[in-house]
Design a protein around this ligand. Structure first.
Ligand code: SF4
Length: 256
């Protein structure tokens, strides 16, 4: 729904007042939000929209609920102003922040924010957001401007790094390790040989066998130790990458 004018009620649910000052700023003649048909009203009973600031403290929760239910049933728009109102912001792990128990999940790892208990129509992040950003959010709601960014859908293929990029990333991590363990002179040469094995192998198990064969050919025990260490760290990075990928899939709702 695109309202022609918007009567707003400002609701502070525990903000530090940074966002509130920016809201006052958009109401001044300088930014003059009234030219977009927006009017600040003193009671939620007259409001089309709630301008919510703050991370939603337990103290503010019940008053916020009352304010929302006092609004006329339509259109009941909710605008979250500031990072705190969007997601709990810097207060996300505070004991004072309200958390709806059914939202404990990987999808909502942080506590707080307006969306804990209200359906939010527009999020205006920023700490605090600039008056221009608040104006843009409201203009978006009124249908006066187009959205600059949209949601994206990812497939598993897009989530997985191409092999060459993954290997380059791993090589960077291993470079620091091997330099620390056996020095850059021998270490970098050993790493080069190891990365060649990585390129040739198709699985960590196959790589393990190749590393064992290579170890038998190496006379220097220091290099044998370095090779073992490279393999161990490589497997660690692969496992870490797999777990990050699995978490990303859950967050993005990608099943396969
Ligand atoms: S987003 Fe920043 S400015 Fe706004 S209430 Fe939170 S801490 Fe304060």
């Amino acid at each position: 729904m695109k309202p022609r004018s918007l009567w707003v009620f400002h609701l502070n649910t525990g903000a530090c007042n940074g966002c509130d000052i920016e809201i006052l700023d958009v109401l001044t003649p300088y930014h003059d939000i009234e030219r977009l048909g927006v009017k600040l009203v003193p009671t939620p009973r007259h409001a089309h929209a709630l301008l919510v600031t703050g991370p939603l403290t337990r103290q503010a929760y019940y008053s916020a609920r009352k304010a929302y239910s006092a609004m006329p049933s339509k259109p009941r728009i909710v605008i979250a102003i500031g990072t705190c109102a969007c997601s709990g912001g810097i207060f996300y792990n505070s004991y004072a922040i309200r958390r709806e128990s059914d939202r404990l999940s990987l999808e909502y790892p942080r506590k707080g924010g307006t969306s804990e208990f209200l359906p939010v129509d527009i999020y205006v992040p920023g700490c605090p957001p600039r008056p221009e950003e608040i104006l843009y959010g409201i203009a978006l709601l009124r249908g006066l401007v187009k959205k600059k960014m949209g949601g994206e859908h990812y497939t598993v293929k897009e989530l997985v790094l191409p092999r060459s990029q993954f290997n380059a990333w791993v090589e960077l991590l291993l470079r620091a390790k091997i330099r620390r363990e056996i020095g850059y002179f021998d270490g970098y040469a050993l790493l080069k040989d190891f990365m060649e094995l990585v390129e040739k192998s198709n699985s960590p198990e196959e790589l393990g066998k190749m590393v064992e064969l290579m170890k038998k050919r190496i006379k220097d025990s220091r290099l044998r130790y370095g090779l073992e260490m490279l393999y161990k760290h490589y497997i660690g990075v692969v496992r870490m990458y797999e777990s990050i990928l699995a978490e990303k899939k859950v967050v993005l709702g990608v099943s396969k």
